[in-house]
Design a protein around this ligand. Structure first.
Ligand code: PA5
Length: 432
């Protein structure tokens, strides 16, 4: 049985009504599993939890051990699918993983901000550091510029040979500028398989090396993903959270909702919402179709965007991602004076208050015309994280095929680059 379970209490529907989408969901799943749909040359992620390269997996663990032993800082250079999964995982597991000797992890190569670059360089200071540059194409401008900067810093500090021992390149097996540089300079390389696109790559070396450096147990992540893989592929509609989630999104589209808000109640899950946003935005937002995916952190954002969600344009529905159990426990204590009037909560945990906020908000939003599907999971750990990654990926493939788009391409991402290259004077882009 899945430890990721949809709860329809405030969804504006029932599992019975949702069964109306069952056949379409089954059809989309069949297309996905049989590889007969658009983008079927990018389905390598489907069986990854079982069929990953075991030798490369061992190399990832060894490299992570070396980085932990010789680096106080670790710089992950990549953009989009090349870093969002690792960022999601590392933040999600923060506070749950014991991390003696784990370097501070920084993310760059995902913007052109001078301030951001300087603040990372300053934060690293004189400390020993290593770099993981991640780019499938090997030519992404944000990533390439950041890598040029950090490669120079490494070479100045450790010399060319010393620097090469601290550069880990995750890229295509054979082609691309980064692969060429890695081969020429002797960097340790890891492979992004040809048949796995960026946003579906978290369970490959793309995500796994930084996650392993953070001290997380990547075996458990793969085991969780493998469990979810079996559930998604085999189980019927009522036992299958991914099919139910895909169906719910389509019911919401039918009801003319155009915005899906992923609500989390723990700031450490915010980066996971960023990963989810790219997954669904890039997979479904095409041909004039798709739900606009966005994320909020509650209860924080109830004091900013809560008014709109309760009462503004009725365009959205919510997907609440919620851990049933906390890894830690804080009890609110009795106060003799009770000047703040909080003694009615004495003896209750902070997690209890959070849960009441979640249930109360879901009910209020439902009444206001913003229904929500609650996706509950047991607690934050590697095993559930693996399940969640695979759950959202699989549901995305199913949902994309139900929508009639190719969930595995991203033609729209190229447009900004052409204009930017023309303005930058990149050869070959003079006319646009
Ligand atoms: O999901 C995707 O395919 C994209 O987000 C890419 O991961 C992103 O554009 C980075 O590309 P690359 O890995 O080629 O540098």
């Amino acid at each position: 049985m899945s430890e990721v379970t949809p709860d329809f209490s405030h969804s504006g529907t029932t599992i019975d009504e949702l069964e109306r989408f069952k056949e379409r969901a089954y059809e989309a799943r069949k297309t996905l599993l049989e590889g007969t749909g658009a983008g079927n040359d990018f389905l390598g992620w489907l069986r990854l939890p079982l069929e990953y390269d075991k030798k490369e997996f061992a190399r990832i663990k060894a490299a992570a051990g070396k980085i932990r032993s010789d680096s106080e800082a670790f710089v992950v250079i990549g953009i989009g699918g090349s870093y969002l999964g690792a960022h999601a995982a590392i933040d999600f597991l923060s506070g749950t993983v014991q991390r003696p000797g784990v370097p501070d992890i920084y993310y760059t190569g995902n913007n052109f901000s001078t301030d951001s670059m300087i603040s990372i360089i300053e934060a690293i200071g004189d400390r020993d550091f290593s770099v993981n540059v991640i780019s499938k194409s090997g030519t992404t401008t944000e990533t390439a510029i950041a890598f040029r900067i950090f490669k120079k810093l490494l070479e100045e500090k450790y010399g060319k040979e010393g620097a090469a021992k601290r550069i880990y390149a995750t890229t295509d097996a054979k082609k691309g500028a980064l692969k060429g540089m890695a081969d020429k300079n002797g960097y340790t390389t890891f492979t992004i398989p040809d048949d796995i696109g960026g946003r579906f790559s978290v369970l490959s070396a793309v995500g796994l090396l930084p996650i392993a450096v953070s001290g997380a147990d990547i075996d458990m992540i793969m085991q969780g993903a493998a469990k979810m893989m079996a559930i998604c592929a085999e189980d019927g509609f009522r036992e299958n959270p991914a099919l139910q989630y895909a169906a719910y999104r389509h019911l919401m589209m039918e009801r003319e909702k155009s915005v899906e808000v992923l609500c989390i109640y723990n700031p450490s899950v915010r980066s996971f919402a960023g990963w989810w946003q790219q997954l669904y935005g890039e997979s479904e937002g095409k041909d004039g179709k798709g739900l606009f995916p966005t994320g909020v952190t509650y209860s924080t954002d109830l004091h900013s965007i809560g008014q709109f969600i309760q009462d503004g344009s009725r365009v959205m529905f919510e997907t609440i991602l919620y851990a049933e159990n906390s890894n830690n426990r804080i009890v609110i204590e009795e106060d003799e004076e009770d000047a703040d009037g909080l003694n009615y909560l004495a003896g209750k945990t902070l997690a209890f208050v959070n849960k009441c906020a979640m249930r109360g908000t879901a009910r209020a939003h439902e009444v206001g015309g913003t229904p929500s599907l609650l996706i509950r999971y047991n607690k934050k750990n590697e095993f559930t994280l693996g399940q969640l990654f695979y759950f959202f990926e699989f549901a995305c493939g199913v949902s994309g095929y139900m929508l009639g788009v190719n969930p595995f391409d991203q033609p729209g991402v190229e447009y900004y680059k052409r204009n930017m290259f023309r303005l930058l004077g990149k050869p070959g882009y003079e006319e646009n």
